[in-house]
Each structure stands twice: as structure tokens, then as C-alpha cells.
Write a protein that binds this ligand. Structure first.
Ligand code: GLA
Length: 338
């Protein structure tokens, strides 16, 4: 196949012997991105539509409106659909942890509510969603602390994690169940995550994969740490997915707000780094079952408000006019036959 033919092909087609290529979407933006999504992606993840804060409006009051639209789009276009996310400490409904008097609920009560929530959400999309981020970000960033001190852990105890996996499995025995987190590139954190996953597997808890978020940057992390991470987890007999990939143009602590466009140099470094990362991902294609970007094009990214509010960033493969960036080119330059 020559370069000219490749240009006509979608990214997911070029990667079809390796892994599905996904994007996080909102129902509102699907229209704008429709042709890009159809051409280049064969998997989608709801960016926010399935987060508890958007779904749970009180006992027996669930809002599935946005998610249903995303499901329709994925089904109409034969795309895989990832379920993000069931149990997380952030973007939760505070009322979930309180009784009518505003007091903290008991362990039994929270377990009952958690099970009910997972049953409702997983049950509803059982036919549509093939894999779930069951628990997100349960490991602490601090070296001396193992599990993050969340409402879930405080009220239920450390076993909230396995309870969540067990109930999700009961509702959707066919679905792949994932643990999702960030900073695997830091040795100490990835070892703690490894310990958690090994312990769940050792006790026959139904966990089938780990999600590496992959919110990275031009200068950090070093790609060797990405390789080390894949190496460590590859022998666990689990699937690995890159679940939220993007690449900020800014170094942590660089709080400049004056850039209107990325410089040519930035675009070049980004392309080289995406190229290197995808080379590593292809090497591990045997264990990688999906690579999802946290967005579609640079006109909209959560990084426009993180870590610096209102500062434009350009972390994705397509620019603000939805045109391919050098980064797209960089990850398609390889022989696509495995
Ligand atoms: C975490 C979550 C995602 C998203 C990003 C930032 O990685 O898993 O759902 O909220 O933060 O957008």
C-alpha cells in the first residue's frame, strides 16, 4: 500500500489488525464530528454522559437521555461502546452517601445503593456496552498510602472495589470489566495498581482488563516508562486499554495563556512523541484491546480548562478546523499488516 492510498483510509482501518481506535464524545458534539468519527474511529466512550453526577438524580430518578443518544450513534455506525464509569470518587452525587437527614449512610445502606446503581446502569446497556470502567482512580498518588481515601472506602471499606466488580459481572457476564487509573508511568503508583489487580485476580474477582488513561504531554512522561508499564502488566493475562489518551502541549507548571496557535515546533514534537508511543503500542498489540483518545479534535478538549482554566491546548490528532495534524500522519507510518 502506498502513502496515497493510506491517506484515503481511516485511522481505525489502518489499525484494524492491531486494536480498535476510540474517541470520547458528548451527544452534543457528535454532529460536528460525525464524518471524522465515522471515518477514523470504531469505538466511542461517553466523556461525561455516564458519570454518576449526570445519571443519578435521586433514588429511582435516573437520567439516561444523553447516554441513549450516544448508544444510538454507536449502534447505527457499528462502533464499539465503552462504559465509563461506574464507581469513582469524583463527579458523584453527594446525596448518594447521605440519608434524608444529611447524615452519612451505613456500610450496608451504601452497599445496597451501590449495587442498585450498578444493576440499573449496567442492566440498561447490557446489549450495547462491551466493556466497563468499573472502578476509576482507587489508588492514592501518595507513596505511603495504598487506597485513596474516598467516600466509598470510608463508608464501605476496602472491599468496595471487589463488590463493584462482582455485581457488574452478575449483571453483564459477557462484558469485559476494567480497572482504570492514571500515572502508571510512576513506578510506585504502577506497582500499587499491580498489587491491587493481582490481589483481585488471586481471589477470582471478575476483572478482565486495566485501563491506562494516558493523559500525557510533550515532555512528560518518558516513553520508556510507558513501555515498562505495558511490560509489567502484559503477563497478568488481562487486556490492556489506553482509555483517555491525549497529549498536552504544555509542561506542568507552564501557565502561559498567550498562545493562540501551537507553534510548528510544538506540532513536530507532538507528532514525534505520538509516533513513538504508537510504535510501542503496536509492539504490545497482543495484549492491547483498544486505544481511545479523550476527544476528537482540538476545538474542544477538557485540557482547555485543566490545569489552567481558560488556557487553550491542542492535544489531539485533528486541529480546530478538524483537519489532520502531523500527529495523525506520524502514527500511520508503518506497515499495517501484522
Ligand atoms: C479522569 C476521568 C475522566 C475525565 C478526565 C478529565 O481521567 O476518568 O472521565 O473526567 O479525568 O476529563
Amino acid at each position: 500500500m502506498n502513502e496515497w492510498e493510506k491517506e484515503l483510509m481511516g485511522l481505525c482501518e489502518i489499525y484494524k489488525d492491531y486494536f480498535p481506535i476510540g474517541a470520547a464524545v458528548s451527544a452534543r458534539r457528535i454532529k460536528r464530528y460525525e464524518s471524522l468519527l465515522k471515518k477514523h474511529f470504531n469505538s466511542v466512550t461517553p466523556e461525561n454522559a455516564l458519570k454518576m453526577i449526570n445519571v443519578y438524580k435521586g433514588p429511582d430518578k435516573y437520567n439516561f437521555e444523553e447516554m441513549d443518544q450516544i448508544v444510538r450513534f454507536a449502534n447505527d455506525n457499528n462502533m464499539l461502546l465503552r462504559g465509563h464509569v461506574l464507581i469513582w470518587y469524583s463527579q458523584v452525587a453527594e446525596s448518594f452517601f447521605e440519608n434524608d437527614n444529611g447524615e452519612m449512610v451505613s456500610r450496608e445502606m451504601l452497599l445496597t445503593r451501590m449495587k442498585e446503581y450498578i444493576r440499573k446502569v449496567v442492566g440498561r446497556y447490557k446489549k450495547d456496552i462491551y466493556c466497563w470502567d468499573v472502578v476509576n482512580e482507587a489508588i492514592d498518588d501518595n507513596d505511603n498510602i495504598y487506597l485513596r481515601d474516598t467516600q466509598w472506602k470510608k463508608i464501605i471499606g476496602d472491599d468496595y472495589i471487589e463488590q463493584a466488580f462482582l455485581i457488574a459481572h452478575e449483571m453483564a457476564p459477557e462484558a469485559s470489566l476494567f480497572y482504570n487509573d492514571y500515572n502508571y508511568v510512576i513506578k510506585n503508583k504502577r506497582e500499587k495498581i499491580y498489587k491491587l489487580i493481582k490481589s483481585l485476580k488471586g481471589r477470582d474477582i471478575p476483572i478482565h482488563g486495566i485501563g491506562i488513561q494516558g493523559h500525557w504531554g510533550l515532555y512528560y512522561p518518558d516513553v520508556t516508562e510507558i513501555k515498562r508499564t505495558l511490560e509489567l502488566f502484559a503477563d497478568l493475562d488481562l487486556k490492556i486499554q489506553l482509555t483517555e489518551m491525549d497529549m498536552s502541549m504544555f509542561e506542568w507548571g507552564d501557565n502561559r495563556r498567550d498562545m493562540k496557535q501551537p507553534s510548528g515546533e510544538m506540532l513536530k514534537i507532538q507528532a514525534e512523541k505520538y509516533g513513538k508511543i504508537f510504535e510501542i503500542l503496536r509492539e504490545y498489540a497482543e495484549v492491547i484491546s483498544g486505544v481511545t483518545f479523550w476527544g476528537v479534535a482540538d476545538d474542544y478538549t477538557w485540557l482547555d480548562d485543566f490545569p489552567v482554566e481558560g488556557r487553550k491546548d491542542w492535544p489531539l490528532l485533528f486541529d480546530s478546523e478538524l483537519k489532520p495534524k502531523p500527529s495523525l500522519d506520524a502514527i500511520t507510518r508503518f506497515s499495517s499488516i501484522r
